[in-house]
Design a protein around this ligand. Structure first.
Ligand code: AMP
Length: 281
């Protein structure tokens, strides 16, 4: 495994790989890696001739500067975790390299960005699109791997690939969870034991109600989920939405015409957690 620290070095390396007709799989991350990230890497290693993982805590996608400051940075542990996965290159650029000058581009994702994370974290997806497009331009991947944990992000990146005419296949990988059901996240490291235990209620509640669409209308369902999670003194639901998997539009009645997902953001202590579960209709 080779660690590359500069854009120029990576561009040179990629050119050689392209000349050899190697298919390139790419997994962008912000580090503090866990088994959720590793599942994406393994999928890429399985599908592609070689895999590149980037580690970069992207400042432009943080709407909350405190969150950016507190974001865990654990390069040594990350490299250890990647060592036996088959990942060939780790790209670890610094901020100046990715943003030699401030990125003034704005992306318009229309209705996809006006709900859920986009609505509650203004500018977040514009920052995501800025860094992801920069990384795609450098890495020139054939395949990219994103986690369904960031449900809305997958839809946004799909749209970005379409908008920018990238010849890239996107693979959306299932959510990897802790034993208690909590979706793995780099931010979980900031939860204390009690918070971590309580956070399990998020997935437990979503799963329970995902089988009860016969019993409640959409509005009641959202209210019940919110109420049940908020019963824990450690948890505070920011939003709960039931959405069309493709358009991310909120549904107001049950239908079999498309998949419906419950998407949620919950504050647990100082940590903001997101999760989603497919509803069975
Ligand atoms: P991040 O480092 O948080 O930007 O995440 C990098 C990638 O890993 C994104 O595509 C995430 O959706 C994905 N990811 C994060 N947590 C998980 C998880 N628990 N299961 C699957 N994928 C995940």
């Amino acid at each position: 495994m080779i660690v590359i620290y500069s854009k120029e070095d990576l561009i040179e390396e990629i050119q050689d790989l392209k000349n050899l007709n190697q298919s390139i799989g790419f997994v962008p991350t912000m580090g503090a890696l866990h088994n959720g990230h590793i599942s994406l890497v393994r999928e890429s290693v399985h599908k592609c001739d070689l895999t590149i993982v980037s580690i970069f805590v992207n400042p432009t996608q943080f709407n909350d500067k405190k969150d950016l400051e507190k974001y865990p940075r654990t390069l040594d542990a990350d490299l250890k975790l990647l060592e036996n996965t088959g990942c060939k290159y780790v790209f670890y650029p610094n901020e100046k390299d990715m943003y030699p000058s401030s990125d003034l581009r704005t992306f318009d994702f229309g209705p996809l960005e006006n709900v859920m994370e986009g609505k509650h974290r203004p500018g977040h997806f514009n920052g995501v699109a800025q860094i992801v497009s920069k990384l795609f331009d450098v890495v020139k991947p054939d395949w990219v791997f994103f986690g369904q944990k960031d449900f809305q992000q997958v839809a946004i990146i799909r749209r970005l690939i379409d908008m920018m005419n990238y010849k890239i296949q996107l693979v959306s990988c299932p959510i990897i969870r802790e034993e208690n059901g909590l979706a793995m996240s780099s931010r979980n490291e900031r939860l204390n034991l009690k918070e971590r235990e309580n956070a399990a209620l998020i997935f437990k509640t979503l799963t329970k109600y995902s089988n009860l669409s016969d019993s409640y209308c959409v509005e009641d369902m959202k209210a019940l989920i919110r109420k049940e999670i908020n019963k824990s003194p450690f948890l505070d639901v920011e939003y709960i939405e039931l959405v069309n998997e493709n358009t991310l539009e909120a549904v107001n009645q049950w239908t079999n015409e498309f998949n419906i997902y419950a998407c949620i953001a919950v504050h647990c202590g100082n940590v903001r957690l997101i999760d989603n579960v497919k509803f069975n209709l």
